[in-house]
Design a protein around this ligand. Structure first.
Ligand code: ZN
Length: 163
C-alpha cells in the first residue's frame, strides 16, 4: 500500500465513521500497520493509504494501538512546540504547537472501548493522527509564511527526487 502524499484529495476529506469491525476492516488495519512499519512511522491514519475511514494507528515509546472511530476526549491547556513531520509530507518537518497531554477514546479490533492517555510524543501523535481524520495536516498549524516556505522546500525535494 502506497502512502498518499500532499496533494492527494483523500488527505483533505473528513473520514467516515467505521460501522462493523469485520474482516475488511481487519485487513485494512493490517495494511496500515505494514505501510507504517515500512515507512518507519510513529503513527498512521487510514486516509494516508487512501481509505477515508476513521482509523488510526499509534506506535510511540513502545505503546502500540489500533483505534477505530477514535474521539479526542481531552487536551491539556499546556502546549509545547516540537518539531514534527508526516509520512504524507516526506522530507520536511517543522515545530508545531501541540497540547502536552491528550486523551483519546476508541474501539479496538476486538470491539473493546479503550481510553488512551498520552503525554509528550504520544500526545503529539494522537493529535497529529486525529487531524488526518478531519482532513488536516500538520502544516495547517503553521503560520502562513512558515507553511509557504515549508511547501517550497517540499516541492523542491519532490522535484529533485523525480529528476
Ligand atoms: Zn501525518
Amino acid at each position: 500500500m502506497e502512502i498518499r502524499t500532499y496533494g492527494d484529495p483523500t488527505l483533505r476529506r473528513p473520514a467516515e465513521p467505521v460501522g462493523a469491525i469485520d474482516d475488511e476492516i481487519r485487513i485494512l488495519c493490517e495494511r496500515m500497520v505494514e505501510a507504517m512499519l515500512r515507512a518507519n512511522g510513529a503513527g498512521l491514519a487510514a486516509p494516508q493509504i487512501g481509505v477515508s475511514k476513521r482509523i488510526i494507528i499509534l506506535d510511540v515509546d513502545g505503546e502500540f494501538h489500533v483505534l477505530v472511530n477514535p474521539e479526542l476526549i481531552e487536551t491539556s491547556d499546556e502546549v509545547e512546540e516540537i518539531s514534527e513531520g508526516c509520512l504524507s509530507v516526506p522530507g520536511v518537518d517543522a515545530a508545531v504547537g501541540r497540547a502536552t497531554r491528550a486523551v483519546v477514546e476508541g474501539t479496538t479490533l476486538d470491539g473493546e472501548t479503550v481510553r488512551i492517555e498520552g503525554e509528550g510524543m504520544l500526545a503529539r501523535a494522537i493529535q497529529h493522527e486525529m487531524d488526518h481524520l478531519n482532513g488536516g495536516l500538520f502544516l495547517d498549524r503553521l503560520s502562513p509564511a512558515r507553511r509557504q516556505s515549508l511547501l517550497k522546500e517540499y516541492q523542491r525535494l519532490q522535484r529533485e527526487e523525480s529528476s
